[in-house]
Write a protein of this length. Structure first.
Length: 148
């Protein structure tokens, strides 16, 4: 059975654009019914194909579940493997890139979205809108990486 999300990708995009104070003209441009309808159709077909092939993604790994767990972590305690895995999911990094991960001022380096790309600091916006919380979580994970 396909997972029911709280927000459609379009709603999520518009929320993110509003958070970034994008002009309303840009936000409203994301509401193109024909494109949304076609995108939803493609997504439905792909979900059905995955189900027919027996591919099932447990809710535990959905971005919403990961985000909920990240919100609940207490950074004064020692992090565990689940916390590290959650940060890896949010960052979309490979396990081999963990050893090169560097975190400073809420930015992350040491991993690349594209092989061969320049290693420039990336603001960790996908995790938190609260920069201080993002900095705490990233520092917490980095300390755990270097202590092991």
């Amino acid at each position: 059975m396909a997972k029911k999300y709280k927000h459609t990708p379009g709603e999520w995009l518009r929320r993110e654009l509003r958070t970034l104070n994008a002009p309303e003209k840009i936000i409203s441009a994301t509401k193109i019914p024909e494109i949304t309808k076609e995108s939803n159709k493609i997504q439905k077909e792909r979900n059905e194909q995955r189900e027919n092939e027996g591919i099932n993604f447990p809710d535990h790994f959905s971005l919403e579940s990961v985000k909920e767990r990240l919100d609940e972590y207490n950074v004064s305690n020692m992090s565990d493997k689940q916390a590290l895995a959650d940060v890896m999911i949010i960052l979309c990094i490979r396990p081999t890139e963990i050893k090169n991960l560097r975190i400073f001022n809420g930015s992350v380096t040491g991993y690349t979205k594209n092989r061969g790309a320049q290693d420039i600091p990336r603001v960790f916006r996908s995790l938190e809108k609260n920069e201080e919380r993002a900095r705490q979580l990233l520092t917490w994970i980095q300390e755990a990486i270097f202590s092991r």
